[in-house]
Design a protein around this ligand. Structure first.
Ligand code: SF4
Length: 399
């Protein structure tokens, strides 16, 4: 039986570097990007990685970045075509292959949205972040609220599935305002919304300012209030809070991201892309070179095979044993409202049930259940909605 495989493609350029962003993205002008050359490199990498996805069917493709909407849709479409042609079969169940492209309002008008859909994209994700111009300035974004709304409407007009990203927990942002932004966006006709609390990452401009005490930040209580207010506003509109930061109308959850959270393997292609593959003895997490020139040059001499350090494209390749994979399943699966089935995870990873349900883990579960941090129903573990903001800490206690 063919196993599902998701494909992530990284596009590493943006018009500006946002001060909070720790993704690999380089500031550039659209005209400075070698659109076709980057597509050529991805196709070379895909060809060379074929042994890594033998025995798999294609489940989804996700273009992330960076700002993939800066990429010429023709070049992006060529990559979609190559990926689809490389797999012996595509998933036909549950709506078929989901093909998402991230985008920013500064590079998504009606013509661009239509070209992306023509190129094969069937789900557009728009980086709105806020509908308040002052907050957008604080976040260093190039767009204003008017442009954000225009981009969302352009995406919806294509008939593709549409999601938007929102950042909450901004200084001076009242919970009601954060919820109002979320509600206004959904009222435009979205079927999915991702709402993330602002996190300050080391190595970013915000990280530097925060370290020096020069960045205004929201209090933890205000962040928590905004999280709950957004949840109420979206659930009132019929969206399900299916993952800590994600809401969807029934049947509209991101199938690509569900794959990550359920522990499915994914092939990462492109500069700085992460990938996760299942191997007979466990798993392999790898990352590609983070400089575009190095990545593109490396694909020219890349030999066929599974990613390995020293192959010219892969910067790190880390083997993962089964117990590590089970801990990752717990960490990721507990982010979902559905939680995870520990028996199923153990069977999939070939771990004896007695080890998955080890005495220390069962004891930790009992304590968490007593404190209201966990619900256990048969073999299924889930975190109640009121404790979702503490997901990482709760999951870590089950390691
Ligand atoms: S647009 Fe997105 S990927 Fe690009 S710098 Fe800003 S947050 Fe990062």
């Amino acid at each position: 039986m063919l196993r599902p495989l998701h494909v992530y493609v990284h596009f590493p350029w943006c018009l500006e570097k946002c001060p909070y962003c720790d993704f690999v993205s380089y500031k550039t002008e659209r005209t400075q990007i070698d659109h076709e050359g980057y597509a050529d490199a991805l196709v070379r990498e895909l060809d060379a990685r074929a042994p890594a996805f033998e025995g798999h069917e294609l489940a989804s493709i996700f273009f992330g970045g960076g700002t993939p909407s800066l990429w010429e849709p023709k070049a992006l479409g060529r990559v979609i075509g190559a990926i689809r042609a490389a797999f012996p079969r595509e998933r036909t169940a549950a709506g078929g292959v989901e093909i998402t492209s991230e985008s920013n309002p500064t590079s998504l008008d009606e013509a661009r949205a239509a070209s992306l859909v023509e190129a094969g994209v069937n789900r557009l994700s728009v980086g709105v972040q806020s509908l308040d111009d002052d907050r957008l300035k604080y976040l260093g974004r190039l767009h204003d609220a008017t442009l954000a709304v225009r981009a969302v409407k352009a995406a919806i007009a294509t008939g593709a599935r549409v999601s938007a990203d929102l950042i909450f927990g901004l200084p001076g942002q009242h919970a009601a305002i954060a919820a109002e932004d979320a509600g206004r966006l959904v009222d435009l006709g979205l079927d999915h919304l991702s709402a993330y609390a602002l996190t300050i990452e080391q190595g970013t401009r915000f990280g530097d300012l925060a370290r020096r005490g020069k960045l205004p930040l929201a209090e933890d209580d205000a962040i928590c209030d905004a999280f709950l207010a957004i949840e109420r506003a979206l659930e009132n509109r019929g969206l399900e809070h299916y993952e800590v930061s994600n809401y969807a109308r029934p049947g509209q959850a991101s199938r690509h991201n569900l794959g990550y959270w359920r522990g499915a393997p994914y092939l990462g292609l492109g500069t700085a892309a992460y990938g996760f593959l299942r191997l007979a003895e466990g798993g392999l997490r790898y990352r590609n070179a983070i400089e575009p020139a190095r990545y593109v040059a490396g694909t020219k001499t890349l030999a066929r095979g599974v990613p390995r350090e020293g192959d010219g494209v892969t910067s790190t390749a880390e083997p993962l044993d089964r117990e590590t994979l089970l801990r990752e399943r717990l960490m990721l699966g507990l982010r979902l409202a559905e939680g995870l089935d520990l028996d199923e995870a153990a069977r999939d990873l070939d771990i004896p049930l007695a080890d998955a349900w080890s005495r220390p883990r069962r004891r930790a579960m009992e304590l968490l259940v007593q404190s209201g941090g966990l619900v256990v129903a048969g073999a299924r573990l889930a975190i109640p909605s009121a404790r979702r903001l503490s997901t990482d800490g709760i999951a870590a206690r089950l390691f």
